[in-house]
Design a protein around this ligand. Sequence first.
Ligand SMILES: Nc1ncnc2c1ncn2[C@@H]1O[C@H](COP(=O)(O)OP(=O)(O)O)[C@@H](O)[C@H]1O
Ligand SMILES: [Mg+2]
Length: 264
Amino acid sequence: MPEETTNLQDQPNENGTESDKRRVIIRAIHLKKEYQIGEVTTQALRGVKVEIYSGEFISVMGPSGSGKSTFFNMIGGLDSPSSGRVFIDEVDVAQLTAVELAFLRCRKIGYIFQQYNLIQYMTALENVTTPMAFGGIAADEARVRGMKLLEIVGLKERWFHRPIEMSGGQQQRVAIARAMANEPSILLCDEPTANLDHHTGREILNILKLLNTEKGVTIICATHDHRMMDMCDRLMWIRDGQIDRIANRADVHIELASIGDDDE
Ligand SMILES: Nc1ncnc2c1ncn2[C@@H]1O[C@H](COP(=O)(O)OP(=O)(O)O)[C@@H](O)[C@H]1O
Ligand SMILES: [Mg+2]
């Protein structure tokens, strides 16, 4: 596995120099999130502090209920923390106006979920071009761009299909193309392969990896599945609302090689 032992952060490529690679794109500081339902308070995040670098592919591992989705909602500007701060490109998300926050969600971050969340009555192409309309792209250009994105995810010939006519893997491909509609610099992927068989999941991860290496998109991907770890540059384990550990993939490979398989 010679190329797998390298770390993207140390590898300059066309997207930037080594110092660019270390640029922090998301900074979370002392993130806490409590949910209150009636008398019951759940501490979903208990003080998460992490820096994510531009252009890296980071996997977020952890058992169900450990706080992965809550963490994603905070760093994606979809929900606000009970305390702590999130900076995206060094801008404090909490300080943004509603318009600025909408811009961030529409243009800077693409979201991919476990359930593909496509609009059922729209074709694949319409699903992909809809966010472009919000992004201010003219219809003709949106169509060209949408077809290009569907080509990247391997679905150009199926642009007119509706979700019901597509397999889970194909729907997730459309969802990836849609997430890329406005050329975001960050893709937040919350268990994108959880509903897919291993082979199809692998294909989806290959597409994410391609977007990471070819377009320099920062990928943050939650998963239960440690088989996907060879895609990523770093792994972060969340347990009980806290970061248990963050490691470079190369180091984890060495550990696995010496101790055998790992638990989550
Ligand atoms: N909207 C919510 N209201 C109340 N509790 C929630 C809500 N979302 C998540 N939780 C709780 O917060 C904890 C973390 O959940 P979550 O972030 O979804 O974990 P994961 O994505 O790792 O499975 C769990 O105990 C979950 O039940
Ligand atoms: Mg989740």
